[in-house]
Design a protein around this ligand. Structure first.
Ligand code: SF4
Length: 263
């Protein structure tokens, strides 16, 4: 039986435009963080594509271990190349179509710093997740290592694809959660994920207005005045993925993937 994976990650590495103190990618084996920002094709891309086909993976994620995927020089070219070669061009078996013969979904996990400058390629993904922990420059600085807060309202305005906001929570922004969620709702965000940092066992109080709606992979999903808010504790989450690291290593090891899934 074919092993099934939730998604496949293409992991980028190199200098980042932010300096998050918690960037887990810097704790990975440096060999896995070889700068691939100028490379096309990526090392072992053919093998990765073969595995995506073999395991009938339905989602490919552009993400990073130590950098932002939008810093990749060939971002649009790689996305177009994948969209052209996957799913396989042979006719669908009928009926029913096999998993993986469906359209593959492409996702971008980004810090949003380049989103407005690269909106054309941004809108060529099927969905985007933006790592964004605060609207306040001083708080953003503490969490992302820079006071340059991307204009999330303008990004949401120009986005033609669903945008989810991923907000790491810690002592710097926990007190702002109400105003943060209020502002997300006002600018048109529909989904927010509040993330506990990997290894952080502290308990952060959540806004009492959150109304529990369901549970996804043991993570509670709430409603906040029409906004969907998931509280994601990564330690408790068992997603499976195939990962193409920047040096060409391909692995489905959970411990190797945790940085890539951090966005
Ligand atoms: S966590 Fe992401 S945005 Fe922050 S420094 Fe690391 S790669 Fe860059």
């Amino acid at each position: 039986m074919i092993k099934q994976y939730d998604f496949a990650n293409i992991l980028f590495a190199g200098p980042c435009n932010l300096h998050c103190p918690y960037c887990i990618g810097r704790q990975l084996n440096p060999a896995l963080n070889k700068n691939n920002l100028n490379e096309f094709p990526l090392p072992n891309l053919d093998r990765f594509v073969a595995l995506v086909r073999q395991h009938e993976v339905t989602e490919i994620v552009f993400t990073g271990t130590t950098t932002d995927p939008q810093l990749y020089r060939h971002e649009a070219r790689l996305l177009a190349w994948l969209q052209n070669c996957l799913p396989p061009p042979d006719p669908l078996p009928s009926p029913p179509p096999l998993r993986g013969r469906e359209q593959i979904r492409y996702s971008l996990h980004t810090n949003g710093q380049l989103a407005l400058r690269k909106m054309e390629v941004f809108n060529q993904y099927d969905r985007v997740c933006i790592s964004f922990p605060s609207f306040k420059a001083d708080t953003y600085h503490k969490l992302m290592g820079s006071p340059r807060v991307p204009d999330l309202a303008e990004i949401v305005q120009q986005a033609q694809v669903p945008v989810k906001v991923s907000c790491v929570i810690n002592e710097h922004n926990n007190g702002e959660l109400n105003s943060f969620l209020d502002r997300c709702g006002v600018i048109g965000v529909k989904r927010v994920v509040l993330r506990q940092l990997y290894g952080d066992t502290r308990v952060w109080p959540l806004p009492h207005q959150l109304i529990l709606r369901t549970v996804y992979r043991r993570n509670p999903v709430y409603d906040y005045y029409g906004l969907e808010v998931t509280f994601w504790r990564f330690d408790q989450t068992a997603s499976t993925s195939i990962n193409l690291f920047s040096d060409g290593t391909i692995s489905d090891e959970y411990l190797l993937t945790r940085a890539g899934a951090d966005y």
